[in-house]
Design a protein around this ligand. Structure first.
Ligand SMILES: Cc1cc2nc3c(=O)[nH]c(=O)nc-3n(C[C@H](O)[C@H](O)[C@H](O)COP(=O)(O)OP(=O)(O)OC[C@H]3O[C@@H](n4cnc5c(N)ncnc54)[C@H](O)[C@@H]3O)c2cc1C
Length: 392
């Protein structure tokens, strides 16, 4: 019987497998994809902190120290920090690099292998797996569900979370007239209702653009409009689509994110941040917490949910505070109409407020900037008094 079967070789699953294999546990990592990291479902924006946390670096396409925030009225605010706030990376390359670390540490990686379901057996779990040759089973003491937003492991384990699922659509384009080292963010109900759109320069005259929204809206029609009207069209005149991407972003932490013999990590556990939709950094944090709990369970030879329960506390301590503040901010954001959004953007442009954002803005810890802005300009509380109260 294996010590661990990890389903999903995204950042959180590969990091989990890497940790387990490094500690000497007999680990198999499977992914339905034939090529790890493909198809890419990501804008590839991470903080420098993510590489520090990961413990190594990968090639950087651009360093971002600025952002343009485009409001519903097509005007924009320009923020410029004195340090690099985000890095544009090749996301498939990142995924493959972490999976390679797992393999180099002794994990067995099976491409083109899909987890179908599992049953409890004496001392562990029997998982059913399908590849191009047919179906077979693997037995393991622990099963890790690192299988993304629609986690089948979570579903088959009876782990349910109250979720808001965003759908995203985007593209790599040639002819994007972004500003070097600046991310473009688009807000407003005509552009990207209930979330936002983005434009990220990746090189001279090229970039990644996209948006996410929630039902009943669908992202594709708003994406088409990017080329035809409003603020994005000003940056995309004549741009050519090179490669389309789509995907889902789940908000809502599974609590608990474990059950007997099973632990969820990353998007499967609801680690994506409700402020930015980013989930790579928080997914890595969940992977490390999952490993710590699994290591103890494997040493004890006990895999019941009580033994795995410290996982939830670790998640709460290490990332839960930011996720829960993010939910408050998201609720406040959803309560705003376009006129209020335009008013807020104008207020964010006040020199003292702008300075605070440039200093404290942080993709991983967006609540820090929100808190600092409210402290600097308490007038913002009028937009959602109850929802913003936890920040003051
Ligand atoms: C359009 C878009 C843009 C984004 N941009 C950013 C960004 O710029 N920065 C950021 O930090 N985050 C971003 N995110 C979020 C980020 O991509 C996720 O939070 C992150 O990928 C979660 O990592 P994970 O390891 O939990 O899951 P995933 O990366 O989703 O990996 C899950 C893996 O499981 C595999 N899998 C699924 N089901 C099975 C199965 N049954 N059997 C076997 N394998 C299976 C999949 O093939 C996949 O490889 C974006 C998301 C979207 C949709």
């Amino acid at each position: 019987m294996l010590d661990a079967l990890v389903v999903g070789a995204g950042p959180s699953g590969s990091r989990t497998a890497w940790n387990l294999a490094k500690a000497g546990y007999d680990t198999v990592l499977i992914d339905t994809a034939e090529i790890i990291g493909e198809p890419c479902q990501c804008a590839g924006l991470i903080t420098p902190r993510t590489f520090d946390y990961l413990g190594y670096e990968r090639p950087i396409l651009q360093e971002m120290d600025g952002a343009r925030l485009w409001g519903p009225k097509d005007s924009y605010l320009d923020f410029r920090a004195s340090e690099t706030k985000a890095l544009v990376i090749d996301r498939p390359d990142l995924d493959r690099s972490i999976a390679n670390k797992a393999v180099d540490s002794g994990a067995k990686l099976l491409h083109g292998h899909t987890y179908l379901g599992h049953e409890k057996i004496d001392g562990g779990i029997r998982s059913e797996i399908k590849n191009k040759d047919g179906k077979f089973t693997l037995e393991s003491k622990l099963l890790f569900g690192s299988d993304g937003p629609l986690s089948r492991v979570a579903k088959n384990s009876g782990i349910r979370a109250k979720r808001e699922i965003l759908t995203a659509f985007g593209a790599d384009v040639e002819g994007y007239q972004g500003r070097d080292n600046h991310v473009d963010l688009f807000v407003g109900s005509d552009l990207a209702p209930r979330f936002f759109g983005w434009g990220i320069p990746t090189g001279p005259n090229e970039g990644r653009i996209g948006l996410a929204t929630t039902l009943p809206h669908r992202p594709m029609s708003f994406f088409r409009d990017y080329f035809r009207k409003g603020a994005p069209s000003k940056l995309l005149g004549g741009a050519k689509i090179v490669n389309l991407i789509s995907g889902m972003i789940p908000f809502g932490t599974a609590n608990p994110s474990y059950t007997d013999n099973v632990i969820l990590t990353g998007d499967a556990a609801g680690m994506a941040k409700p402020t930015s939709g980013g989930g790579i950094y928080s997914g890595l944090i969940s992977a490390d917490a999952a490993f710590e709990v699994a290591d103890r369970a494997l040493q004890l030879g006990q895999f019941d949910s009580k033994t795995l329960s410290p996982y939830q506390d670790l998640l709460k301590q290490r990332i839960g505070g930011e996720l829960s503040k993010g939910y408050h901010l998201r609720k406040a954001f959803l309560s705003l109409n376009d006129n209020q959004l335009a008013e807020i953007i104008e207020m964010l442009g006040e020199p003292n407020v702008k300075k605070v954002i440039e200093k404290t803005g942080d993709l991983d810890y967006a609540s820090l900037a929100a808190f600092s802005v409210l402290k600097e300009q308490p007038k913002f509380i009028k937009f959602a008094p109850l929802l913003l109260k936890p920040f003051i």
